[in-house]
Design a protein around this ligand. Structure first.
Ligand code: ADP
Ligand code: MG
Length: 316
């Protein structure tokens, strides 16, 4: 049984009990949405980071502070939400003041940067695990779901892809050159696309953040929308740092590596034409939504058909 089948079988049914009518979007998207009245929807999501799974053992606590909030805030960006606050459930093996002060410092920098204030939490002893619940808001009905992609829409991504994936081979590198430093920065200090996500409200038909890899996360949009994707590999946004570091492997990393926390969005060509210039500048059109199932990649000399795979905690 895979991660998503497990969630669907055991936990999705519980979404139907209780005051379900106030929950306008339940499990299955980047965040859930609760209608709170007064013209606003509350958008919220929880993410758990486990030592040895989501970050290496003995990972720098200051980087962890930033990264743990960034990955949670990225789901708010993917819904087009305005960030409000977060709660933190912290499980620690021991109360080490040096570790805690560095962790809190990284967390505070991220909180300030993303405009999320800490509203509460829980602290327990055990194997190092951080769970972040983030809250944001959208105008009533304004959340960008995974399910709205239409045949003919452009598929766009923000920023550059594949850099955080390239960093994985260099986490232990004691003497990084400028290219390695640049990709390590992408891994250690991801920047959730909150400003962009919010600016795409009312324009994008669907959005997801790229946490597990472009093909896998775009796959969530395709599945939720009942459509397929055609991607032009030559249009993938690849930085010079990445190309110098990995050469021919750059496009593969951009398609399959995770941890970039860019946005993948769909929107109709006529909307692309009227996007505010500062929003369009952040995006690259890499392909198109088509009818059918799965993802096809045009490599110039051949076409590759992919089923959407990605990181699955119970299949690897
Ligand atoms: P993301 O990568 O955007 O954080 P996930 O892949 O973690 O999303 O989760 C996919 C969807 O499944 C989300 O909508 C999430 O709320 C839901 N989900 C995950 N675990 C559970 C669970 N134990 N109970 C209910 N819903 C869950
Ligand atoms: Mg997400």
């Amino acid at each position: 049984m895979g991660e998503f089948e497990l969630i669907r079988r055991y936990f999705f049914p519980i979404a139907e009990v209780g005051n379900a009518s106030a929950v306008v979007l339940g499990p299955g998207d980047d965040c859930a949405i609760q209608r709170v009245g007064s013209g606003l929807d509350l958008v919220f999501s929880v993410d758990a980071l486990v030592e040895g799974v989501h970050f290496p053992y003995h990972y720098d606590p200051e980087k962890l502070g930033w990264r743990s909030l960034a990955v949670a805030a990225s789901d708010l960006a993917a819904m087009g939400a305005d960030p409000v606050c977060f709660t933190l459930a912290l499980t620690l093996p021991d109360a080490d003041p040096d570790w805690l002060s560095a962790y809190a410092h990284g967390l505070a920098s991220a909180a300030r940067r993303f405009g999320l204030s800490l509203a509460g939490g829980d602290t327990t002893r055990g194997p190092l695990t951080l769970s972040m619940q983030v809250h944001g808001t959208v105008p009533k009905g304004g959340g960008i779901l995974r399910s709205g992609a239409q045949v003919g829409d452009y598929i766009c991504v923000s920023g550059m892809l594949g850099e955080a994936g390239a960093a994985l081979d260099h986490l232990e590198n004691d003497d990084p050159g400028p290219d390695v430093q640049a990709v390590l920065r992408r891994y250690h200090f991801p920047e959730p696309r909150l400003v962009l996500g919010r600016a795409l409200r009312g324009y994008a038909t669907a959005a997801v953040d790229v946490s597990d890899g472009l093909v896998a996360d775009l796959g969530h949009i395709l599945e939720a929308s009942g459509v397929a994707a055609s991607i032009d590999a030559s249009r993938l946004p690849l930085s010079q740092h990445l190309k110098r570091l990995v050469g021919q492997s750059a496009a593969g990393l951009a398609l399959n590596a995770g941890d970039d926390y860019e946005l993948c969005v769909t929107l109709p060509p006529q909307v692309w034409a009227i996007l505010p210039e500062d929003v369009r500048r952040e995006l690259t059109v890499i392909g198109e939504v088509v009818a059918g199932e799965g993802v096809t990649i045009d490599w110039g000399d051949h076409i590759e058909n992919l089923s959407a795979g990605g990181y699955d905690h119970f299949r690897n």
